[in-house]
Write a protein that binds this ligand. Structure first.
Ligand code: SAM
Length: 235
């Protein structure tokens, strides 16, 4: 995927953390989604909908853009402005309580958000799997701990994240958390390559949260954390 085609959409207003388009690009390059305009993708925790826009452009599929903190109205306005109002449906629901039809989605993508709500065993099987079509694909990219620091989030990240440190888990830990099921064929987790670029593009902005991250980048973020990639293929 050529990320430079989306440069004008990636801004201080649309970014909510490390460059989500870069994280998405790595996932799509590694596991290309071969979909048509009849297919349906869920972008879960889409924030301002930047990734939903890119997914729509790259795959041609219909996208449901779901987020909790950003309203459907706000995202809907942005999609209309970006010329994709017909292809992307904005939704505002808690990932713990989604209201979709059974086996509705061919694919689910979730960037920098799955760690907020999915860190318990059984979450994927109970809250996500029912909505996925047989043969479906799930691509997730989230910040986490490097494998060598598995289970050390509290002591290593507390000065940066306070009580939210527990959300950061290693690739090995996420593989265990996703777990198994009769409908799951493969689960692969790994440390992603886009760490330096995605973080660099975020901390270079003037966003107030980027300022806080900049203070901790060299001492905490770079030494202990990574982006965890999660690929799930269903039977
Ligand atoms: C750091 S932002 C990332 C947004 C976007 N994916 C990106 O990368 O720019 C985390 C997002 O997770 C979403 N989120 C957190 N908890 C959620 C929940 N329980 N259900 C749905 N979305 C949630 C928030 O609404 C927020 O937009």
């Amino acid at each position: 995927m050529n990320i430079s085609s989306y440069k004008k959409y990636i801004s201080e207003e649309t970014m909510m953390g490390p460059n989500s388009v870069r994280i998405l690009a790595e996932l799509l390059d590694k596991y290309p989604l071969q979909l048509t305009d009849d297919d349906l993708i869920l972008d879960l925790g889409c924030g301002t909908g930047l990734t939903s826009f890119v997914i729509a452009k790259e795959t041609k599929a219909k996208v449901y853009a779901n987020d909790l903190w950003i309203s459907a109205e706000e995202n809907g306005k942005r999609f209309t402005q970006w010329g994709v109002g017909e292809q992307i449906e904005p939704i505002c629901e808690d990932a713990n309580n989604l209201h979709f039809e059974e086996k509705q989605f061919n694919a689910l993508v979730s960037i920098d958000s799955y760690h907020y709500f999915a860190g318990q065993e059984g979450f994927f099987q109970e809250k996500i799997l029912p909505f996925m079509k047989d043969g479906g694909v799930v691509l997730i990219g989230i910040p986490g701990l490097k494998d060598e620091y598995t289970n050390c989030a509290k002591e290593l990240l507390f000065d940066w994240l306070g009580d939210d440190a527990y959300m950061f888990k290693s690739p090995t830990h996420w593989k265990k958390l996703v777990g198994s099921h009769d409908r799951i064929k493969t689960v692969i987790t790994w440390e992603m390559d886009c760490f330096e670029k995605a973080w660099g593009e975020w901390i270079a902005t003037n966003n107030q949260f980027a300022y806080g991250d900049r203070q901790h980048f060299e001492t905490i973020i770079r030494p202990y954390t990574c982006f965890v990639g999660i690929y799930i293929k269903l039977k």
